[in-house]
Design a protein around this ligand. Structure first.
Ligand code: PLP
Length: 364
């Protein structure tokens, strides 16, 4: 339309107007704890080697920081779920030590797999046929032993498409390793049958919790994820695993409120007395979900700083009563010890990590 063409163009945002200010959100990673956790899990895996599940950006902690630390600690096998997670690993670990759990769903994914040099995890007879038809070569094979999620059903293992595979690692996955469930022994017994039926260079069954089930579950390669990042899925791991992830948020405003003043959306907190409160740049868009409303805790120089009222999208208000020296620009650290944080929030330890959003600056 004419009038649009006649309008002056608004100025555009310059690609780099100036150096980007640092984020008011930091995810501090204790890289020493991460390396120690891998070494502990590798040791607990007995004669099996421990790999690492680094899917979902290393459970939200950041592949760019976590993977070099794991590789330096001695980890050689890395698992992602999506093809889109492969480029972030480029240059960090050898391509053929990266396994893509979802496998090739179509020829384009098979072609991407080949071009990138990573290995697919074959999860079905059609995926097996596709991998062979597009050139074959080494791959991993996931066999279902009872989780009924991804994986070739054990009664299809005799299919010629499966028999034609060059299986590097034959995998299965435990459904209830974090519980003392009879299902664990059932899956272990089925995995023994799988091992007899499928020739492979290595076999792998245990996730983090499975490592704590004992040697029978370790096979040749274990695949911890959660426990690497500080999660504790079974009590047996408690003495071996340390916290890795420490979310921190900057105070972007401090204000004094009067008795009777309320805080935040829907006024769910009302000050019983005059108080000093802080606004921090952390909200549910960053994965600090509304379940933390009235329950979240932070610390400033060792002082306890509780959350007040509703968590909003980009902000949470905190009580600075016990931190009178805390000022705008100061950093608060969230109470995020995985077991305690999970109990307080109702989120699983997995969710606590993987929720942490893109606005965090991640670093060691
Ligand atoms: C995510 C995943 C793991 C890691 O599980 P954790 O419980 O986090 O240790 C291992 N194997 C497979 C197939 C997975 O999808």
């Amino acid at each position: 339309m004419m009038w649009q063409r006649a309008m002056p163009l608004p100025p555009e945002i310059a690609p780099s107007p100036a150096p980007l200010p640092s984020s008011p959100l930091r995810l501090r990673l204790d890289t020493q704890a991460l390396a120690d956790n891998w070494r502990a899990l590798d040791r607990l895996s007995g004669s099996a080697a421990a790999g690492a599940a680094v899917k979902a950006d290393a459970y939200g902690l950041g592949v760019a920081v976590a993977v070099p630390v794991l590789a330096e600690a001695g980890c050689r096998d890395f698992f992602v779920a999506h093809w889109g997670e492969v480029p972030a690993l480029a240059g960090l670990v050898p391509a053929d030590r990266v396994a893509v759990l979802h496998g090739p769903m179509n020829d384009a994914e098979a072609a991407f797999c080949r071009a990138s040099g990573v290995l697919p995890v074959i999860n079905s007879v059609p995926q097996a046929a596709r991998w062979s038809a597009t050139g074959g070569g080494p791959c991993h094979l996931m066999v279902d032993t009872g989780i009924n999620r991804l994986g070739v059903e054990s009664h299809r293992l005799g299919d010629p498409a499966i028999a034609g595979l060059e299986v590097e690692t034959c995998l299965s996955h435990l459904a209830s390793a974090d519980e003392n469930s009879a299902q664990n022994a059932v899956q272990l017994a089925r995995f023994a049958e799988v091992r007899a039926a499928v020739p492979a260079r290595r076999y792998s069954l245990a996730n983090s919790a499975g490592i704590a089930l004992g040697n029978a579950y370790h096979a040749d390669l274990t695949r911890p994820g959660l426990a690497l990042y500080g999660g504790i899925p079974r009590d047996e791991l408690a003495g071996h695993i340390s916290q890795v992830a420490y979310p921190q948020a900057a105070v972007i405003q401090v204000r004094e409120i009067a008795a009777g003043d309320s805080v935040g959306y829907n006024a769910t907190f009302t000050a019983p007395a005059p108080m000093r409160v802080g606004v921090i740049a952390l909200g549910y868009a960053d994965g600090y979900l509304r379940c933390w409303s009235g329950k979240g805790r932070f610390s400033w120089q060792g002082r306890d700083v509780p959350a007040l009222g509703r968590v909003s999208m980009d902000m949470t208000v905190v009580d600075l009563t016990h931190a009178p020296g805390c000022a705008e620009g100061d950093w608060l650290e969230a109470a995020y010890e995985p077991l305690a944080a999970s109990a307080a929030s109702g989120l699983s330890q997995y969710e606590l990590f993987t929720l942490l959003g893109q606005r965090f600056q991640r670093g060691g």
